[in-house]
Design a protein around this ligand. Sequence first.
Ligand code: ADP
Ligand code: UDP
Length: 235
Amino acid sequence: MKKTELLYEGKAKKVFSTEEKEILIVSYKDDATAFNGEKKGTIEGKGVVNNRMANHVFKLLEKNGIPTHLIEELSDRETAVKKVNIIPLEVIVRNIAAGSFSKKLGIAEGTKLLEPTLEFSYKNDALGDPLINDYYAIAIGLATREEIQTITEYAFKINDIIKEYFLKANMELVDFKIEFGRLEDKTIILADEISPDTCRLWDVNTHEKLDKDRFRRDLGNVVEAYNEVFNRLGL
Ligand code: ADP
Ligand code: UDP
């Protein structure tokens, strides 16, 4: 598989076309951003951790009946994926209160939710990814009602699968963000990544943060946290 053209350079990945129309190559960078790009930095080795982890998790999800964009890991940082039309929704599942949820609702970080919850943000940097609901998403044409239903079912199933997977490595899955896309035939599949950039992972015993919050909140040991996740998952 050969890269032909850089189609898009995002905050964390580059996306290339290939000789095959339906296949893209994503290349994971060490660049880190937070607060809608206001805070910028580099986390050495992050691209390798995220590429490996996303692929590992996506394989596990495939085994459990969730369709994903994964085709093949090509190298430490590069993976061939099925090209999709990304549905511009950040789909966020939460098990424990943290981040914007805690702030908005005045619920202390670390409070266990009575059941997992789901929310959507409109993926739009210019607007700062505003929180919306399913009715908004349908009304402005981001997705159909049927698609929202599929996405919702997949999101909770993904949560069940990966919550257990991380727990085996002594990490609590606090919350995470995923993205879905449509293949040519409109089939919905999981795209983008699942990594410490997009999940909150806490050590089960100490509640130490092992994710991008170390970068967002200047907690130090950022590279170490990504490597810790990498090692715990045996990647
Ligand atoms: P951002 O765009 O938020 O800065 P990234 O740096 O991760 O994010 O860039 C990767 C881009 O590629 C994202 O916009 C993501 O939605 C998109 N993407 C992820 N998987 C696929 C896929 N299979 N097909 C097409 N686009 C994808
Ligand atoms: N998240 C993400 N990309 C975003 C926004 C959130 O990957 O643009 C992830 C984030 O890492 C966390 C979850 O989604 O695991 C919930 O984030 P939250 O809404 O609490 O936002 P934050 O506190 O990061 O602003």
